[in-house]
Design a protein around this ligand. Sequence first.
Ligand SMILES: [Fe+2]
Length: 492
Amino acid sequence: MPPEPDTAVIDDEREAAAADAWEVTGNPYLAGVYEPVTDERTDDNLEVIGEIPDDLEGVYVRNGPNPRYSAPGRYHWFDGDGMLHALRFKDGRASYRNRWVRTRAFDEEAKVHDALFAGVMENPRDNPPLGLRLPLKDSANTDLVVFRQRLLALWYLAGEPYSLDPVTLENLGVDDFEGTRPCLVSAHAKVDEQTGELLFFDYGPVRPYMRYGVVGPLGTVTHLADIELPGPRLPHDMAATEHYSILMDLPLVADPVAARQGRHKIMFDDSLPARFGVIPRHGAADEIRWFEADPCYVYHSINAWEEGDEIVLDLCRVTKPAPRQGAVGPLAKMLSYLRLDAHLYRYRFNLQTGATSEGYLDDDNTEFPTMNTSMLGRPTRYAYNMRISDEPTLLFDGIVKYDTSTGASTRHWFGPGRWGAEAPFAPRRGSAAEDDGYVVSFVHDENEGRSEVVILDAADIAAGPVGRVLLRGRVPIGFHACWVREDRLASA
Ligand SMILES: [Fe+2]
């Protein structure tokens, strides 16, 4: 087991210098490789270096913030309108399209051709009412899941799930789960591809602070449980095994005073433990069992499964999510929180004894993990994590393929000035083994000011791309991605 990484190492001078520069140059999350695009494109027959394998068919889609109008006040990278960028692979060719998610807030702003919503770093008191829990713009910009042949675009503060066609990116409106949706849905709902169920959670500033639910394969809510937490929290992800779901009560908490005033303010309280709630997939609220662990924060889980009396949970763990010191100026808090410092980590929760064991599997700084989603909830060995560079903003300089049974890894570096995106696993047609397929990633080349998609053989990512699809438009750095299998498309 590698030693605990030293997360206290902070390059104060470098970060302070960068912050000084941003005072002059503006918000770095609106410039360079983050700069929003202004058009919606459809580009067919894209140029390829190498080849697109014949057995790679489906759609790679990534979500991310792309503000259409410039809002007054400070822009937080999490504020931008959701935009999907999709690459369709079919018959050895690739086509690209990008579309905004037509959220209700997006439509309101479109009517007046101007921004109406202040972001999370400003006071949202004067934002137009949308009838939602928070007075913030639900941008659906965070995550994507594939459910019932549709994409669902989800928001990290829990919002309305927006449905889109995975091939055309046509907006299909809010999914109300056939009229049964009882609450909002956070980013990082999980789909069990073997049962066809969607597992989700909702959270907010008022009791019970969290809800957990299941949507059945017919698209209606089949289960809902109120999860009482000690106070308002900011969970970001969940996990699931074949028979259990795992919910998180982590000591990154919403400041209760600010929350009562409708403001969004977070704090890390390391006097509190991290708690993981294990609940039977269709269990009642009082069947949840909480396992305590060392304080930490978790943005993203990888997978979980049952092993004898134990639940195994692999994830990327942030030891100290409090802002790093050094950044100054009006954007300091955002810039600091976005300097992720996360490591591959494994928990074991013993259902017989109630004991937790935990430890690092590696000491490299990686996040935005993916896995073979057809094996969600079942034992897996492989994770594909993005390696976090030392740059002052969040940029991924490589992909690390982990064997989580040993912590061993292989990697692919994108190259100088080239930054990747969350890279889902795309099974080869007829795929048999867990890593029998590809990983695909948008790459943003700041040297040439253009974007591409690299295709790596998942069994050997160190060999470099088998194909590179060159895009005619630019794809800004963003958030989460998914792979839509060809046989999950409506036309299949
Ligand atoms: Fe996330």
